[in-house]
Design a protein around this ligand. Structure first.
Ligand code: ADP
Ligand code: MG
Length: 238
């Protein structure tokens, strides 16, 4: 399961209101993409869902249970960052194993999960290398692999491709789509790239200045943007 419901979410940093009354229901297995310009609150929203930050008001539910008081580790979600955030002193294998070892998972189960994730993401050949010996694209596949081995309720991905060059962005995007097709796990994916949004999303949330401007399927947003801002973002002629 992986249905995520946000109700009346606000977040303020001091006097700066970053999110205003966000209401959003993400279905189990859905690939939901959050788009919007830099500073509109995408990362803040993802961090609230992850449990890395707390809302100023409102309620977050996973599969109907209020998780507002639940710690990030206990929410069962896996986050992937733009910066990869790999442990530089550990091998790839250890990077993948580390979180599972901390949960006292049996060694055989850890090995099985690493093997499967590595095959899926084609990183089997790099398992004994350290992150410093990998290209950007390889590092990001390891970061995604580290999320996959945790078998999360949902993946939260914050601009995971934006450090990659154009060609790698396209191939890694296709791998992510294939991964979702295979795992069918809920994905919440932040990007400011409308092509990524249009190609990956079941539904797109267009954000502006801490508010949801429009929510809909890619083609619906393309054909019927609610306003010029959405039209500009989704790429329809103005
Ligand atoms: P996005 O990911 O869409 O670029 P963010 O969620 O990172 O946007 O940021 C939204 C707004 O919140 C920005 O104005 C940013 O400066 C502000 N902000 C984010 N984190 C903090 C923080 N820890 N303290 C103060 N302001 C913050
Ligand atoms: Mg951001």
């Amino acid at each position: 399961m992986g249905r995520i419901t946000l109700t009346n979410i606000d977040r303020a940093y001091g006097k700066l209101k970053v999110l205003h009354d966000i209401n959003l229901n993400i279905e189990d297995g859905e690939f939901m993409v959050l788009v919007g310009p830099s500073g509109c609150g995408k990362s803040t929203l993802l961090r609230l869902i992850a449990g890395l930050d707390q809302p100023s008001a409102g309620r977050i539910e996973i599969d109907g249970a209020d998780v507002t008081p639940v710690t990030a580790a206990e929410r069962g979600l896996a986050m992937v960052f733009q910066s990869y955030a790999l442990y530089p002193h550990m091998t790839v294998r250890k990077n993948l194993a580390f979180g599972l070892e901390n949960q006292n998972m049996p060694k055989a189960e850890i090995e099985k999960r690493i093997g499967e994730a590595a095959r899926m993401l084609e990183i089997t050949d790099y398992l004994d290398r350290r992150p410093g010996q990998l290209s950007g694209g390889q590092k990001q596949r390891v970061a995604i692999g580290r999320a996959v081995v945790r078998n999360p309720t949902a993946f939260l991905l914050d601009e995971p491709l934006s450090n990659l060059d154009a060609e790698l962005r396209i191939s890694t995007r296709a791998e992510l789509a294939a991964l979702h097709g295979r795992l069918k796990t809920t994905m919440i994916y932040v990007t400011h790239d409308q092509v990524e949004a249009m190609t990956l999303a079941d539904r797109i949330v267009v954000m502006r200045a801490g508010r949801i401007e429009q929510l809909g399927r890619p083609l619906d947003l393309y054909n019927e943007p609610a306003n010029l801002f959405v039209a500009g973002f989704i790429g329809a002629p103005r």
